[in-house]
Each structure stands twice: as structure tokens, then as C-alpha cells.
Design a protein around this ligand. Structure first.
Ligand SMILES: [Zn+2]
Ligand SMILES: [Zn+2]
Length: 775
């Protein structure tokens, strides 16, 4: 005789919208168990009873065989009296109580759905909204939790009988797939001209015809509108650039499949895995050099002018698959906006704002609730640097090493804005929102914070922000009342972000190299060596300060930084000749210090060398001079420029508690060495290589000196400058060779997109510190 056993099981993690309840249902049925499963505000709740062995097997299989998209964080099992359930049912959701269930990210169309899409006999043949429990829209269509059709933008679509049958059939791939639909009951595709008039015929085929004719087609995607042109059509690409007011920043390209992608770029196994991952990010990859003619024929010069890399992605919606399959060649697929505005995602707004850019609109009536850009990643020596974390990744939380005592909001910086909500051990870093200088982005920033707070049931009690008083994120933070405010220095936040990203408490030697950040001494920081943990930091060293002649003008015109670094020593330089009209005046500005704030920025050092070598005198997008300098560098070059490192006062403080005076790295030595080589006729590619090696060597030597002074043996690398894969690789090599443990970013970007996580982690750590102090 078998004894009856019942357990109540609670599963937390990403378990809603990923087929978890259907999975539990089939599992219980297979094992002959009774009970019920339902979503609740914390995840999934299961009551299950039956034979002892069956229940045991159920608990084992629950974690072992969980659906591919689920991510179980915790399973709690409580024994209970058998209730005499008969059969196993899926009960309705319980929307009461505090909300904590997790919403999964949007997921690329799965192989099963792709086969169905291509099957002429199937009822979803060529249906552009096909999806199932394993794929499709999630975060972008969710309005609230628990995750159910009624709380998504699919709420208005009543399932037809066929779809309803699948939805209720535990054996079906679409069992409880909330966005499921078909041509009979779901959203429809339309093609409209720029005036909003419907064009007849099959929308996909017509769009392909337009693309072949060199037209710009706006395509509604998962998180917003894109603008598409045929990637090989120079005239079309140039037209798109002109209309979009985007001068040189590279466009992303979508290829139909890996085979097509391989014709454009060098793709190793790691890159292929990224391209085909369920997140389907844009992957920055080296363009093929072996067949330059063939490659040039496939991608027009204006797609990524002056760039050795190409941002590539593969189709992630059924609509992309249909479009690319029919066109049979790659397309440019760039964000649907003009200039630096946020990407358009509402139909009426898209038709208005993109009316002057697109010749036609391929759109549909499934609304996008949350605007989400494509994510961007860059493979670097077998690992990945995330440059923009958005669609496919957000809003899935990052696990933290230690829980936050109270909920925290980190408001981030200004450019590449994100915010971060901490709750317990979870960090919800928002999707990339853009630059907060833009009013629309600022509105989206405030609205998204509300949305995340609602979705995850978080009410922040602490708000962390940058020290820059004029950042709109800082102002937003300070406007919030009834909360505690925590100011976090920009570069401390970078290093804290790297620590949180790696689950490391510190202390470390933090190397924060970026463009600019507000220093507490009133100067602009950006080439910093910090002793840092999550609660605090001390500035141990920095790049030697130089004036930025003309202030922000020096950011847009890197040649001014060359002048600032070289002073008037080299009147014969090409860069001086190219900018002869203003060169003397700029030298004068730098010498007098008038409108020339001092900075220790590493970004400006890269700018100076880029202009010196004639790569970039002026820029049209952020980071352009440094990006092109990296691409120009001869990676086989082993020569190294040497920077003087002044370490006066840093000896003897072995405890790590104090360092008497900051270490100073003379970046100017590197610029002068580059100028010497240039004058001697050395190839700029070689000079760029020696410069990168020189910066890496200066970092490594500085860290060795600081290790002696502080006893710290771990180094954390953060800041936008470490988006530079060559610099990152060379720096890590040297630091490891010198015996350091090196932390770099894994899940969040090294750039300002990671700042919010660092701010929140600092606020939580300080909160823990207070908690630990006896009152
Ligand atoms: Zn699917
Ligand atoms: Zn249907």
C-alpha cells in the first residue's frame, strides 16, 4: 500500500511567461499526481499530492527539466496534509499582494515556430506574429503582472477556437502561451506609404520590392521602429543617412542567417553563439578582409564609413525572417529616429516623426508597451563586453552577492542612461534609455522607473545619484521626496558597478578610465586610480591634468586636445597645419586656462593621439576618435611608449589605509612619443599600436606601485574607455602577468550604462554598514 504525500512548492525566479505552469501540468500528469499550479505575485505556487515516490520524482524533475527560458532562483517545499485533490489543474492567477514575479526578456523566434512559418500546409504559414511558450514578445508587451494575456498589449485580441484549443491543450507547444495568435484572430501586417495610405498586395513582398528599388522602409519591430534599406545599395544608404541626419556613426546590418553573415564578417564560434542566442543582440564583428571586393559589393561604403567593424544581427521576429528570406540579401536596420531622438515605437508618432525619412511603413496593430532598443555586444578574446544592454536582456535581474537591506533606486548618469532598482539580492538594471539631454528620453526615464517599480513591486527607500548637479538624473533623484538621497562619485560608481557585476566586495585598485565625470575637487576626472570597495573610495592616482581648451568644444574637436598636450612645441605638425587658423588661439586658451577646465580624462588622451595621427580632428558622434584610433592600430605591434609615473609620497603605506599623495601618470609623454614617431615617418597604424601598449603598460605599472603602497592585489577595470577591446586585452594581459586578479565587466556595460548599478550597490552597502552599527 502506498502512502499519500502532499507538498506545497513555491518557485521563484523567471518562471512566468516561459511555459512553467504547462511544464508543471504535464509533469504532474505524467507522474499521476493530483493538485494544482498557479502564478502568484512571487512566482509559481504548486500543490501536488500522490504516491511518495511520484512526489519525490516530481521535485527532482521540477528543477532538472525546467523550461529553457525559465531561471529558477529558489524552490521552497513545505509538507502538508493531502487535500484529496483529483486530477491536476492550472488555476487562475492571484494578482493580490506585493508583486515580485519576474518578467522575462523578449526572445527570438524559436526553431519550431520557424518551421511552422515556412510550412505551406500549416495555418500559420507566413504569419508574421507566430510565437509560442518558448519564444516571442514578452517585456515589450507587458503592462503589468502577473504575466497573463490580459495584462499585455495582446489583451484586445480574442483567441479563435483553434488558438484557444492549443492554448488549453497541455500537450501543445502553445499551452498557456499568452501572446499566441494566428491569421484568423491576431494582429495584421500592413504596408503604408509616407502619407499613411495603405498599399495593396502582400505587405512583405511589396516591402521587398521597395527595398530593391532603393527605398527606405520603416519596419515595426519588437521594441520600436527601425529604418531599413538594402545594405548593398550605396545610394539608398546615403539617402537614409541624409534624411536621418546621421553623418558617420555606423549603421547596424541584419543578415538572413549565419551563412549570409559569414560573407560579411569574421565569425568564430563565440560570435556565432552570440548572433544566434535568444537575445539576438547586435554583435560588433571585424569585417572580412580576405575578400574585400566581394564584401564591399555586399555592404555599401556609407553603412559604416571608416570602420573595420560591422554591427551585425540576425532576424529575431517572424517578420524579419520573412523579409530577409524574400529579399535574399542583408539590410541596414537602424533605429527609427532622427538624429539623437529616442526610437519611435507608437504608430502615430512613428508616422509623424519618420514621415520625412521613410518612403513606406511596414507596421502592424500589436502595440509596443515599452520602447526598447537593440542590445549591442562586442566579443573580446573569448569573452564578451556588453556595450548596450536592452532588448533580449532587460528586464531580467542580475543576482547580487549580498542583499540590500532596503529597496534602492540608482538614477545613473546622463549619457547612455539606465536606472537600477535593487531589491533583496536582485538588481534590475533597466534597458538602455538613451541620452537624458533629450526631453523625450527624460520623460521615458521617469515613466520607465514607474513601470519597473510596478512590475517588480518595488518602492525605493534610498535614491542614489551622481554628484554632477546638472545631470538631469541627479535632478530627478533630488526631486523625489520621502526617501534618503545618496550621492555617489561618478568613477566610484564605475568601479562599484564592476564589483557588483562580478559579485566581489572589494577592496580593489579601481582603474576608472572614461570621458569625463564630476570630481569632488571641482575638476573633471576620467583617468582615475581608486582604492575602492562598495562603501567608499580614495583617489590613489590619476592621469596628469591637462586643460580642455574651449571646454566642451574640445570634446567635439579632438585636435584641441592635441594642442593642449603638445603646447607649441611642434609647429610643423600636420595637425597644426590642418587647423592652422585656430591653432594659435587654442594654444593661447590652454596656456592662460581661460575657458579651459582641467581634466585627467583618459578619453581626451585617446582623442589627442587620434587627431595627432590625422585619424579624427573633429567628431560626429561620441567616442568616434578613440574608436577609429583603436581600429587603426596594428595589433601585431609590440613596441611600447613609456609614460613617466610620479609616485612621490606613495611609499610605505602598506596597510592600504592611506596613501600620502596621489600617483600621477604623464599621459603627455605618450602623445610626445607618438609625435616623435610620426615626425620620423612611422606608420600611424604602428604608432596607434604602440600608444595602446603604452597606456596598458602605464596602467599596469601604476597598479604595481599602488599594490606596494596599499597591499591590494585585485584590479577592477571600468569606464567607457574599456569598451576598447585592444586596450582591455593588453591591460588584462599585463596585469595578470604582474600577478593581479583582474575584474572586468561581464553583464553590464563598462560605459555609463553601468553607472546606475554601481550607484545602487554603493547605497545598499552603506545602508548595510549603518544597519551593522549598533545604535
Ligand atoms: Zn516558438
Ligand atoms: Zn487564432
Amino acid at each position: 500500500m502506498t502512502t499519500l504525500k502532499r507538498v506545497d512548492v513555491h518557485v521563484e525566479g523567471i518562471v512566468q511567461g516561459v511555459g512553467f505552469r504547462p511544464f508543471v501540468y504535464s509533469l504532474a500528469n505524467r507522474l499521476g499526481l493530483a493538485g494544482r499550479v498557479r502564478n502568484d505575485v512571487n512566482g509559481v505556487h504548486i500543490e501536488v499530492e500522490g504516491a511518495h515516490a511520484g512526489v519525490e520524482e516530481f521535485l527532482t524533475a521540477l528543477e532538472r527539466d525546467a523550461p529553457a527560458l525559465s531561471e529558477i532562483e529558489r524552490v521552497t517545499v513545505v509538507s502538508a496534509e493531502p487535500a484529496g485533490h483529483s486530477g491536476f489543474t492550472i488555476a487562475t492567477s492571484d494578482p493580490s499582494g506585493p508583486l515580485r514575479a519576474l518578467v522575462s526578456a523578449d526572445t527570438a523566434t524559436c526553431d519550431d515556430c520557424l518551421s511552422e512559418l515556412a510550412d505551406p500546409a500549416g495555418r500559420r504559414h507566413r504569419y508574421p506574429f507566430i510565437n509560442c511558450t518558448n519564444c516571442g514578445p514578452r517585456f515589450t508587451i507587458v503592462r503589468g503582472v502577473p504575466y497573463d494575456r490580459l495584462r499585455t498589449t495582446m489583451a484586445g485580441y480574442r483567441m479563435c477556437d483553434d488558438c484557444a484549443r492549443e492554448y488549453h491543450d497541455p500537450g501543445d507547444r502553445r499551452f498557456h502561451a499568452q501572446p499566441t495568435c494566428c491569421p484568423a484572430c491576431g494582429p495584421r501586417l500592413r504596408l503604408r506609404d509616407a502619407r499613411g495610405v495603405d498599399l495593396c498586395g502582400d505587405p512583405v513582398s511589396c516591402a521587398v520590392t521597395l527595398l530593391r528599388a532603393g527605398r527606405v522602409v520603416a519596419v515595426k519591430g519588437l521594441g520600436g521602429y527601425h529604418l531599413a534599406v538594402t545594405a548593398s545599395d550605396e545610394r539608398a544608404v546615403a539617402t537614409l543617412r541624409g534624411r536621418k541626419h546621421r553623418e558617420e556613426k555606423p549603421f547596424a546590418v541584419m543578415a538572413a542567417d549565419l551563412a549570409q553573415a559569414r560573407r560579411l564578417c569574421e565569425i568564430d564560434d563565440a560570435a556565432a553563439a552570440l548572433l544566434t542566442s535568444r537575445a539576438r543582440p547586435i554583435v560588433l564583428l571585424p569585417r572580412r578582409r580576405d575578400t574585400p571586393d566581394a564584401s564591399a559589393a555586399r555592404v555599401a561604403p556609407s553603412v559604416a564609413p571608416g570602420s573595420h567593424n560591422l554591427g551585425l544581427m540576425l532576424p529575431y521576429t517572424p517578420l524579419h525572417h520573412l523579409l530577409l528570406a524574400e529579399l535574399a540579401e542583408p539590410i541596414v536596420l537602424t533605429s527609427g529616429n532622427v538624429s539623437d531622438e529616442p526610437i519611435a515605437y507608437e504608430d502615430a508618432d512613428a508616422l509623424t516623426r519618420l514621415g520625412g525619412v521613410a518612403d513606406a511603413f511596414l507596421l502592424h496593430d500589436r502595440a509596443i508597451h515599452t520602447r526598447t532598443d537593440d542590445s549591442v555586444v562586442k566579443p573580446a578574446s573569448g569573452e564578451v563586453t556588453v556595450l548596450r544592454r536592452a532588448r533580449g536582456y532587460a528586464p531580467e535581474p542580475l543576482a547580487l552577492r549580498r542583499p540590500a537591506p532596503r529597496p534602492v533606486l540608482g538614477c545613473g548618469a546622463e549619457l547612455k542612461s539606465t536606472f537600477c532598482l535593487l531589491h533583496g539580492r536582485r538588481a534590475f538594471v533597466s534597458h538602455h534609455l538613451g541620452d537624458l539631454e533629450n526631453y523625450d528620453t527624460l520623460r521615458a526615464f521617469a515613466a520607465s522607473i514607474e513601470h519597473y517599480c510596478g512590475l517588480f513591486g518595488i518602492r525605493p527607500e534610498l535614491i542614489a545619484h551622481d554628484l554632477h548637479p546638472d545631470y538631469l538624473s541627479t535632478r530627478h533623484a533630488l526631486e523625489q521626496t520621502g526617501v534618503e538621497h545618496v550621492g555617489v562619485q561618478h568613477h566610484h560608481a564605475h568601479i562599484a558597478s564592476c564589483l557588483a557585476d562580478n559579485g566581489d566586495p572589494g577592496p580593489v585598485i579601481g582603474v576608472a578610465f572614461d570621458g569625463l565625470g564630476h570630481g569632488p575637487d571641482g575638476t573633471l576626472w576620467g583617468g582615475e586610480f581608486l582604492r575602492a570597495d562598495l562603501t567608499g573610495y580614495q583617489r590613489l592616482g590619476h592621469l596628469a591634468q591637462v586643460p580642455m581648451p574651449g571646454g566642451t568644444a574640445a570634446i567635439r574637436q579632438p585636435w584641441r586636445m592635441t594642442a593642449a598636450y603638445l603646447r607649441d612645441e611642434r609647429p610643423s605638425l600636420d595637425v597644426a597645419r590642418r587647423n592652422a587658423e585656430r591653432w594659435p588661439a587654442v594654444l593661447q586658451l590652454a596656456a592662460t586656462g581661460l575657458n579651459s577646465p582641467l581634466t585627467s580624462s583618459a578619453g581626451r588622451l585617446f582623442d589627442a593621439v587620434s587627431a595627432l595621427l590625422g585619424i579624427r580632428d573633429t567628431i560626429t558622434y561620441e567616442g568616434q576618435a578613440a574608436i577609429e584610433l583603436e581600429q587603426r592600430a596594428d595589433t601585431s605591434e609590440t613596441g611600447v611608449y613609456t609614460a613617466t609615473i610620479t609616485t612621490s609620497g606613495t611609499t610605505g603605506a602598506a596597510s592600504g589605509a592611506s596613501v600620502d599623495g596621489p600617483l600621477v601618470v604623464e599621459g603627455g609623454d605618450l602623445v610626445r612619443a607618438a609625435a616623435d614617431d610620426l615626425a620620423a615617418g612611422v606608420d600611424p597604424a604602428v604608432i596607434a599600436g604602440r600608444f595602446h601598449n603604452g597606456v596598458a603598460a602605464a596602467i599596469s605599472r601604476s597598479c604595481v606601485a599602488l599594490r606596494q603602497a596599499t597591499g591590494l592585489t585585485a584590479v577592477a577595470l571600468s569606464g567607457g574607455v574599456f569598451q576598447n577591446a585592444l586596450l582591455l586585452e593588453r591591460t588584462v594581459q599585463r596585469l595578470r602577468a604582474a600577478g593581479f586578479r583582474v575584474l572586468k565587466h561581464v553583464r553590464v556595460p563598462p560605459n555609463d550604462g553601468g553607472i546606475s548599478l554601481g550607484q545602487a550597490a554603493v547605497a545598499a552597502a552603506r545602508d548595510r554598514g549603518q544597519e551593522a552599527t549598533p545604535a
